[in-house]
Design a protein around this ligand. Structure first.
Ligand SMILES: [Zn+2]
Length: 341
């Protein structure tokens, strides 16, 4: 939703709600109307979406941005799009190669699927290996989280939320294996590409190394709405392990130069430019903490635990914090070694 509290925009939003377009519900995600023909599908606790998706009514066709982890959740998305009376989904966008953003592709397999070339190559090489690995480790992971949840005191609601999120992730993958097959992107975005629609147009922008080796964002300049993929996490720890912290920070600084008002992160609720600042502060904090550990002569493999700063203790995906610190420690050590050569 645009964070404008003028009377006219409130009237517009209410009229929009009365029309019923924003009332469709799913156990996998919350559907949020951002503007006329622009929607965010935000992962719901206990659901199978895991990441957030975007739905854009282009006029004669519908575009879906990041169709979730589970094909079952993507089927839900397809059902709701149809119930909303939107045109058929003919365009799909994969912001990056991570499983939670691409595995709904198969539900829209007659669509044009846009991604960068690197993302397509990464999906092609990593998915068969990842799916095989998952089949090995899922039973153990599911049992681990089930027993942690069973042993948790009832009053520890935050930890329960954290563990449930991880448990949902692994259980969703296991269930999805029953029907999962990989559908690759078939349309490559190079640099910047405008997609023109009868109702509205949007821009896909390739941002290179950041959260992964290649990240793609989607911007609607007239509406000032930005779908960031996983360049932005809100109230969730980001995953740094497949990218580069400095490059991610640069990408976030580039996002700040856009005129966006409403930002839809890969994970977490709909936010604003302030959330970019918050994530940059987090990245600086991770870098400083990693540098301090390296300065103390600690090796990444020796670091078994680390206290999460109070500001971030309420963020979900807290299990990412320690690997993020270790990843950045390795990066700093490698940079130091290269300097010595
Ligand atoms: Zn990701």
């Amino acid at each position: 939703m645009k964070f404008i509290s003028t009377f006219s925009s409130l009237v517009f939003i209410c009229l929009f709600c009365l029309s019923g377009t924003a009332q469709k519900t799913s156990k996998d995600f919350d559907l949020i109307t951002l503007d006329d023909g622009v929607y965010a599908a935000i992962h719901k606790a206990g659901g199978r979406a895991i990441c957030n998706a975007g739905i854009i009514d282009l006029g004669t066709e519908t575009l879906v941005f990041d169709p979730f982890l589970s094909p079952y959740a993507a089927q839900e998305l397809k059902r709701i799009i149809s119930e909303m009376g939107l045109p058929p989904v003919k365009i799909l966008v994969n912001s990056h190669f991570h499983n939670d953003h691409i595995r709904g592709n198969q539900v829209f397999d007659t669509a044009k699927i846009y991604s960068t070339l690197i993302t397509k190559q990464l999906i092609e090489t990593s998915e068969p290996r990842e799916i095989a690995d998952e089949k090995n480790y899922l039973p153990g992971m599911i049992a681990k989280y089930d027993s942690l949840l069973a042993a948790l005191p009832a009053k520890d609601t935050l930890k329960r939320k954290q563990l449930t999120m991880m448990s949902d992730y692994f259980k969703t993958i296991k269930e999805s294996h029953k029907i999962l097959h990989t559908v690759l992107p078939n349309t490559i975005v190079r640099g910047m590409q405008t997609i023109y629609g009868k109702k509205q147009s949007l821009i896909l922008i390739e941002l290179g190394l950041g959260h992964t080796k290649s990240d793609l964002i989607m911007y609607l300049p007239q509406k000032r709405i930005l779908f960031t993929g996983d360049l932005l996490f809100i109230q969730n720890h980001p995953w740094l392990g497949d990218g580069n912290l400095d490059s991610l920070k640069n990408s976030l600084l580039q996002l700040q130069t856009l005129d966006a008002v409403t930002l839809i992160p890969g994970h977490g609720p709909v936010g604003s430019m302030q959330d970019i600042k918050t994530l940059i502060t987090y990245l600086d904090q991770v870098n400083e903490t990693a540098q301090m550990q390296v300065d103390k002569g600690i090796k990444p493999e020796q670091l078994k635990e680390i206290t999460i700063p109070e500001t971030y203790t309420n963020w979900l995906l807290d299990e990412f914090y320690l690997p993020n610190i270790k990843f950045q420690m390795n990066h700093i050590i490698q940079k130091n070694n290269n300097r010595k050569k």
